[in-house]
Design a protein around this ligand. Structure first.
Ligand SMILES: Nc1ncnc2c1ncn2[C@@H]1O[C@H](COP(=O)(O)OP(=O)(O)OP(=O)(O)O)[C@@H](O)[C@H]1O
Length: 745
């Protein structure tokens, strides 16, 4: 008989070489559970009579739970594939149930996790008889959770955590110990709830997050918590798994034709992010907001994943909606589009502004399209931005740039330290363009909050002289050719004057890198309303531009902005190395609020970050070549998931030549897409933004001095504090690209 398969979030984590066999096993199981060779067998003396094992190959077994619904339809919960003995042990000791406290479906180990976590003798927490460990010298420290006032009863009676797990968790005195408890218990909702508590989330909020009721099941009655696990019938468990809250851990494969199943078999891989969202991520995907909403979160917390799911949700709800998904650059937008298709290959993609479906483009591409649409109608907009009426405008290369003119500025009105290209470009983009300043008088009066350097009257006059020279250069240059930032401001003005909007819902990734004119443009692109603007940002990953406060540029965020805290990408070791680069530096988000890293956590652990001291030049290239060869040989990593990240393009080109000569050729990634390749990748740290790799070699970074790799000319920037902030962010961005292994040279 055809069976339904229910997959669990962590069930797909088996060695790569088992993938084909496991998929083939699941395919046969979905067709008929009596297929010869599957060997679906019950257990001797199991903790749960529903437990079964099935034969994947000679040495591997699948762990399953067989449920039968009220129409006698069979369901198999696939709980993973393991070497024979481990599979038997897991099948005998795991229970499939509805948690009696919170109504969530779960697979729990019946035996207490045996943790050697030290228990504090000074704790006033009462542990049950199964408590583990004894007071060690180190245990004089306060247990981590008790320090926040969290009690055993909070964990077990209010949140629903297993008593033995709660006891072990309460005795952990630091993050590492808590991590051990979480890993020993299998990566389930209980671990996620403990991570949330450790990041400072209150018990009440954790109760709300991990509860079947508060996550609005479509049929709340059917997933009501039961008082006795023994009374639960299979239908109850199936309903709990099918509820919205259950979707964080369980997914239903409805026969062989199920699209996710089909793609899993075709692609030979299973991607958890497409299916299992953290309850907090799910909330930001599904909630409607009356106005702009801002989602913040550290590197790898799944901001992009939320945006993709949200775009799909909006598109499914209203197929005629015009949805735009945008980000800082064109290549990141291309990557977003590829991920969107990976999430849903049937999604309707739009080609142009104003079409139904999801249009995925970089902000500059959107600006170009708007300028194109406005041909012949731009005179009011160009008048407001540049001071003369041009019917049309398009972006292009300006003959005499601001930087050149600043360097050439004569006379003593412009102090030498302000003759920096990056400073005057920033002044133009951050102050002059967004305020639409057209005269010296306006510039002398304008307030410049957020700009690090104060300017007196004389300096402002000097700078205005450069701006005037620049604007005459464009005026007398090729008519209608403007820079990208000018084009963005002009497009924003033109959109403001139009009645017919092009967009219903706008979703923006990497918002921290956008300039004020880009925010003005985005605000003008979508009319105010329900689900109009959804911005994802991480202030600590800002490696371009200047700090921006949204409210100043017409974007009024609705309610309190929200934060994702759980890092899905990197191991705890890599994350902790990455955040070290930010220490001692203050960061503010798009609403001017301070950002800290204290609450970031990773659910996975891995090897320590290796820091190797090697000389520059040939020695360095040899070390990298040795590491890459070693990694390529390891059978479980694709060469293209290995990356070498370096500070400058010039250094990168040199290194690529050296590596080729040493017999370790790499593919250098410049602008544009990441090419398909069977070689390891080499790129600048800037270029790696938004990407991720299994293993990373970070070249030329000193962990004790994150500014050591900062180019000399940047140290001389008049806005030095901000340049330093960005340099630290760059190391944070680069180091947080590594999923499993990070080596720093
Ligand atoms: N619910 C989830 N289940 C499994 N994996 C997830 C989940 N959410 C995110 N991930 C994975 O975590 C990684 C980081 O996700 P994503 O790129 O969305 O994070 P981000 O916050 O946008 O990161 P960054 O700001 O560093 O670019 C990806 O590999 C993604 O697939």
């Amino acid at each position: 008989m055809t069976t339904n398969i229910i997959m669990t979030r962590t069930s797909m984590e088996f060695p790569r070489e088992q993938t084909k066999k496991v998929f083939s096993f699941l395919q046969k199981l979905a067709t008929d559970d009596s297929t010869p060779g599957l060997h679906i067998e019950p257990m001797h003396n199991p903790a749960d009579a529903r437990a079964r094992t099935g034969r994947v190959d000679q040495g591997y077994r699948a762990v399953l739970f067989k449920l039968t619904d009220s129409h006698s339809q069979p369901y198999y919960v696939f709980a993973g594939a393991y070497p024979h003995d481990e599979a038997i042990k897991r099948a005998r000791t795991t229970v499939c149930q509805v948690n009696p406290v919170n109504g969530l479906a779960e697979l729990v180990e019946h035996e207490a996790p045996t943790q050697n976590v030290a228990m504090s003798s000074s704790s006033d927490v009462r542990f049950p008889g199964t408590a583990v460990g004894h007071a060690a010298p180190e245990a004089q420290r306060q247990p981590l959770l008790a320090e926040q006032g969290i009690t055993y009863a909070d964990l077990t009676d209010r949140i629903g955590i297993d008593p033995a797990v709660a006891a072990s968790a309460l005795s952990a005195t630091d993050d590492d110990q808590l991590q051990q408890v979480i890993e020993a218990n299998g990566e389930n909702w209980q671990g996620l709830a403990l991570i949330d508590l450790a990041t400072g989330l209150g018990v009440e909020e954790v109760v709300t997050t991990y509860s079947a009721q508060t996550n609005e099941s479509p049929e709340p009655d059917t997933v009501a918590p039961t008082s006795a696990v023994a009374e639960q019938d299979d239908q109850q468990i199936i309903d709990a798994m099918r509820s919205q809250a259950g979707g964080a851990e369980f997914t239903f494969i409805e026969g062989e034709d199920d699209p996710e199943f089909r793609r899993m078999l075709e692609e030979g891989s299973f991607q958890a992010w497409r299916v299992f969202l953290h309850p907090t991520q799910r909330r930001y995907v599904d909630t409607d907001y009356n106005g702009p909403f801002r989602l913040t979160g550290g590197a790898g917390t799944g901001k992009t994943v939320v945006l993709l799911h949200r775009a799909r949700r909006l598109a499914r709800e209203n197929p005629s909606a015009r949805i735009v998904l945008t980000t800082f650059t064109r290549s990141l937008a291309d990557a977003l589009q590829a991920q969107l298709i990976a999430l849903d290959d049937e999604i309707l993609l739009a080609e142009h502004l104003g079409e139904s479906g999801v249009l995925v483009r970089g902000v500059d591409q959107l600006v170009s399209e708007v300028l194109q649409r406005g041909q012949g109608e731009m005179s009011a907009a160009t008048q407001d931005v540049l001071g003369w009426p041009w019917e049309s405008a398009r972006t292009g290369t300006i003959d005499r740039t601001l930087s050149q003119l600043a360097r050439e500025a004569i006379g003593d009105d412009l102090p030498t330290e302000l003759r920096s290209g990056s400073f005057i470009d920033a002044e133009y983009e951050q102050v002059i363009l967004p305020h639409r300043i057209l005269t010296e008088g306006d510039y002398l009066r304008v307030r410049r909050p957020g700009r690090g350097v104060r300017l007196n009257r004389r300096a402002r006059k000097g700078l205005w002289g450069v701006i005037t020279a620049y604007r005459s250069a464009i005026h007398y240059g090729q008519e209608g050719i403007v820079s990208f930032s000018e084009g963005t401001a002009i497009a924003a003005e033109w959109l403001r004057g139009r009645r017919e909007p092009f967009v219903d819902h706008l979703l923006v990734d990497e918002s921290q890198d956008l300039t004020p004119v880009k925010f003005q443009f985005l605000r003008a692109l979508v009319p105010e309303g329900r689900n109009d603007l959804f911005l994802a940002e991480d202030a600590q990953q800002r490696i371009y531009g200047q700090p921006v406060v949204l409210g100043r540029w017409g974007i009024k965020v609705v309610g309190r902005s929200r934060r994702l805290r759980l890092n899905y990408r990197t191991t705890a070791q890599n994350l902790s190395f990455a955040v070290r680069a930010l220490q001692g530096m203050a960061y503010e988000d798009l609403e001017g609020e301070a950002v800290t890293t204290a609450e970031y956590r990773s659910a996975r652990s891995g090897p320590e970050v290796r820091v190797l001291e090697v000389g520059a030049g040939h020695e360095r290239a040899e070390e990298i070549s040795r590491l890459l060869r070693e990694w390529v040989k390891a059978s479980n990593v694709e060469p293209s998931s290995l990356a070498v990240l370096i500070r400058s393009r010039r250094e990168g080109d040199l290194l690529a030549d050296q590596l080729a000569r040493l017999g370790s050729p790499v593919t250098t990634v410049r602008r544009g897409d990441v090419p398909a390749t069977d070689k390891p990748l080499l790129m600048t740290m800037h270029r790696a933004k938004g990407l991720e790799f299994a293993r990373v070699i970070l070249v030329g970074v000193d962990p004790d001095d994150p500014l050591a790799s900062m180019p000399a000319q940047m140290r001389a920037d008049p806005d030095r504090d901000d340049a330093i902030r960005k340099e630290r962010s760059l190391i944070y961005v680069a180091a947080s690209r590594a999923r499993d292994v990070l080596v720093v040279l």
